[in-house]
Design a protein around this ligand. Sequence first.
Ligand code: VGL
Ligand code: ZN
Length: 209
Amino acid sequence: MDALIVIDVQNDFCPGGKLAVPGGNEIISVINSLTPKFEQIVLTQDWHPASHLSFASNHAIKSPYESVELEYGNQVLWPDHCIQSSSGAEFHPNLNTRKAGLVIRKGFRKEIDSYSAFTENDQHTVTGLHGYLRSIEVQRLFLTGLATDFCVKWSALDAIKYGFETYVITDAIRGINIENSVELAFTEMKDAGVQLINSSDIDLNRTYA
Ligand code: VGL
Ligand code: ZN
């Protein structure tokens, strides 16, 4: 079984949003063109309480993009984004969400951020995605979404750790890019065994069942 994973295609990560990823909206038509090919589609949704400790606003004298030490280690601080029930946390209105069988929300515990769709940043708390994919006997994962250098990268690295054959669709992702982090993310993913492909490499005549 194959599954298409769509990471955090939410208003706040698109132009005009609170943590806008440059060109974030440009991937939506690519993702929509892929959804008819997959029987199994999972969406993730960054879903923070306003008190979330990944927000610079919840720390004294800290600005976005600085870091802080949390209980589990270093954490980059962000502008407030994807606050539960806000319009910024909604999926982008152009994203076709109808076929998705599962929505995984992450980052909803105040003390723990979650970049990976599988395991939160404490490297311990799981989201449930692995159990779901195992229960439907998925072997191959095709990853799309935002942001290349954070949630896509950590999801891809975890997917390899869990033993999935892992593809990242490079024209269906965009990055934030803090100090070369996008280029580093591509290197880390390749070194871990992630296969980088273009959406045009996916056979549009075939169904990824
Ligand atoms: C993300 C930073 C903070 C992401 C989420 O989706 O890549 N990045 N929260
Ligand atoms: Zn977040």
